[in-house]
Write a protein that binds this ligand. Structure first.
Ligand code: TUI
Length: 322
């Protein structure tokens, strides 16, 4: 039994969130995570609002447990999705890639639990003041759009700065990571890369095998110099994107021109197709530094139970050493 401020706040069994992974986090994955005792999350990503609404309704048909919707604030769909989660009475909203301040009052009035991702202590403080129920402190080890601070440095400083529950993210993929996050004062964890390798993840086996076959050294930063740093898997596509970026910088191009030239390589549409056709070198894929901890594809329930058991064993063995 693992009870934290987070399990109490949301009425969930395990303090484990599935991240809002673009093109991956659909109704079936989110429902499986919530049914398994964690918090499943649908990624709104860049999808049309009606597609996201359908995912919400499908998730409700698959589980009675709470689940969340992740809103990517840089997406054009963000205002419409922000209203849709109110209309559909979604239990939890998480946000990424921006400041959700202007939406928080409306979500709170609708009884939604609001949990923004924060890459800094300052934003954590601002989000608490704006009414956030918890924050996800995401370190630079995470896949996708990231900040500069490591999970180890960020999480305890956010814990000290706010009184709402803190969820640790970035580089966490097993029970040791969960135990470590709790030791840092977090009330739970969020994971993306680990949830790629579960039976319920709706992408090709090729891609899952790529994650299993690669390690902590197989991620790379993209778009660092043009203001939108992302951690992605090191493959032909990300190496090409970085070549374009480096050449652009050498020849004095501005960020917008570099981005325009990179677009055919980095576009989300390519990633979406590649997740289905299994061509793992044809597009960029978000991946976190915890990749070397992922060794198998298992049902979500097996992953969650195993992780919590490993965290308990880890904590007990540390206790026994005193
Ligand atoms: O959002 C993520 N990870 C993501 S979003 C994404 S889609 C994308 N595609 C291309 C470029 C950028 C994104 C892929 N991965 N994680 C949560 C996260 N949020 N990480 C960092 C932040 C963040 C950054 C700045 C949150 C708030 C913020 O606020 C700035 C401000 O306005 O104060």
């Amino acid at each position: 039994m693992l009870k934290t401020k987070l399990t109490e706040l949301l009425g969930i069994e395990y303090p484990i969130f599935q991240g809002g992974m673009s093109w991956i986090a659909d109704a079936k994955l989110a429902a499986a995570v919530s049914e398994g005792g964690g918090l499943g999350i649908i990624a709104a990503s860049n999808a049309p609002v009606e597609v996201v609404r359908e995912m919400v309704r499908e998730t409700k048909s698959l589980t009675d447990k709470p689940f969340g919707v992740n809103i990517m604030l840089m997406s054009d769909n963000a205002p419409a999705v922000a209203q849709m989660v109110i209309d559909e009475q979604v239990a939890v909203v998480t946000t990424g890639a921006g400041n959700p301040g202007k939406y928080i009052e409306g979500w709170k009035a609708a009884g939604i639990k609001v949990i923004p991702v924060v890459p800094t202590v300052a934003l954590a403080r601002r989000m608490e003041r704006a009414g956030a129920d918890a924050v996800i402190a995401e370190g630079t080890e995470a896949g996708g759009h990231i900040g500069e601070l490591t999970t180890m440095a960020l999480v305890p400083q956010v814990v000290d700065a706010v009184s709402v529950p803190v969820i640790a993210a970035g580089g966490i993929a097993d029970g040791h990571g969960l135990a470590a996050a709790l030791a840092l004062g977090a009330s739970g964890v969020a994971m993306g890369t680990r949830f790629v390798c579960v039976d319920e993840c709706p992408i090709s086996d090729n891609h899952r095998q790529w994650v299993i076959n690669h390690t902590e050294k197989d991620t790379v930063l993209c778009q660092k110099t043009i203001g939108s740093m992302m951690r992605v898997s090191k493959n032909n596509a990300s190496l090409l994107a970085n070549e374009i970026e480096n050449r652009g910088l050498r020849t004095g191009k501005g960020p917008m021109d570099i981005l325009k030239e990179q677009m055919p390589v980095i576009t989300g549409q390519k990633t979406r197709v590649a997740f289905q056709d299994g061509n793992v070198d044809s597009a960029i894929f978000c991946a976190g530094m915890g990749m070397g901890l992922v060794h198998d594809v298992v049902p979500v329930k097996v992953l969650l139970d195993r992780m919590v058991k490993e965290a308990e064993e880890t904590i007990n063995s540390i206790k026994a050493s005193f």
